[in-house]
Each structure stands twice: as C-alpha cells, then as structure tokens.
Design a protein around this ligand. Structure first.
Ligand SMILES: [Fe+2]
Ligand SMILES: [Fe+2]
Length: 206
C-alpha cells in the first residue's frame, strides 16, 4: 500500500475525529458534504478567477472541510454561546492536533479560515472581498446548512418550545440569507438550483 504523506494523514485524522462526533448536525456526514461542496466551489472559483485562488489547492480545501467543525463535534448540541466561539475553539483544537503534521504556512492558512468560518458574512460588510479559503468554506457550509432535514434535526434536538421557535427562526433567517446571497456568487448561481434536487448523501461509516 502507498504510504500517506503527513498532510494526507492529517486529512484522515479529520475524518476519524468527525466519525467520533457527538453532535448529529455536525457529524461525519456534515463534514463530508461540506468538503465535497468545497472542492466543487474551489474548482469553479479557480477557473473563473485563477489569480485570486492561485495559492489554494485541494489539500488545503480538504483540511478545512474535515476540520472546520471539530469543536462542535465534542458536544451533543451546540449552545447559544457556541455560535460566537466555535470557530476560535475549532482553530485551537486544529492547531494542537495538526502541529506535527502540517508545514507552518499551510497550517496558518487553514487555521485562519477555521477560526473565522462562522462569522464570515461580516467580511462582506467590512472588506468587500472575502479571503479565498473563507469564501470557499462559507459557500460550502451554507449549501449544507440549507438542507431541510438538517433543519428538522436541529429543531427536534431542542427540548422546549421557545428554543424550538428560536431555532426555527434562526434557520429560516439563515435560509433566506443564503438564498439571497448565494445566487449572486459564481458557485451559487450555478449550483443553487442543482442543490435543491440533491438528496442527502448516504455516508459510508467504514
Ligand atoms: Fe461551524
Ligand atoms: Fe459546518
């Protein structure tokens, strides 16, 4: 069997980490779908804007997709506070787990994108252009966040009616936000309609 490089091992460790996830909405399946979306987003953006995405490659995209929610995988259900800290907490885990696997400059690129992935929409207002890896994870995560069965699962997780209503409102808002935003992006324009027809992936748990 061909020996894996350190970076390939790092990607495999991300899969192992997510397989152990306690949170059914941030599990192996979520990370896998986000990674697949992210690779498609990357290919398309690179084709349209090669200059802007020239420092990104599929290895970085895979690391980001598999590790972006590693903190959330530790808990059965995300708290309200996690909405604000999950990116930073995932970054800390990623840095710690990956320090012996990745070259420093590659580790930094992915760590930055993980740290900021949940507040990326702020970049639209602050800087106009979103840094390349953040741009990729934002669209990839957004497409998975719109899945109806994922909404149902999140609402079902909440024990009381007020939390259920809050979750329902949050997810309606997110869906509207993504539906308004994604069609204006290169990837969104082309895949938004296609995505509606995508059935949840059957995730092999080998
Ligand atoms: Fe996240
Ligand atoms: Fe995510």
């Amino acid at each position: 069997m061909r020996k894996l490089t350190k970076e390939q091992e790092a990607i495999e460790l991300g899969k192992v980490w997510m397989k152990k996830s306690k949170d059914p909405t941030h599990d192996y399946g979520h990370a896998q779908r986000v990674t697949q979306n992210a690779l498609k987003v990357f290919e398309e953006l690179k084709e349209n804007q090669p200059e802007r995405f020239k420092e990104i490659d599929p290895g970085l995209v895979k690391l980001l997709g598999w590790w972006h929610d590693c903190y959330k995988a530790r808990f059965e259900k995300a708290s309200f506070r996690d909405l604000f800290i999950e990116g930073r907490e995932s970054e800390l885990i990623f840095r710690d787990e990956m320090k012996n696997y990745l070259k420093p400059e590659r580790l930094e690129k992915v760590a930055y994108a993980i740290s900021n992935h949940q507040k990326v929409f702020l970049y639209v207002f602050r800087f106009g252009k979103i840094p390349p890896l953040l741009r990729i994870i934002f669209e990839a995560d957004g497409l998975d966040a719109m899945r109806r069965d994922r909404h149902k699962m999140i609402i079902g997780q909440n024990p009381n009616i007020f939390r259920k209503l809050f979750s329902f409102g949050m997810h309606q808002f997110m869906t509207i936000f993504y539906k308004l935003f994604l069609p204006f992006t290169e990837y969104g324009r082309n895949t938004f309609k296609r995505n509606k027809a995508i059935k949840p992936l059957n995730v092999p748990l080998d």
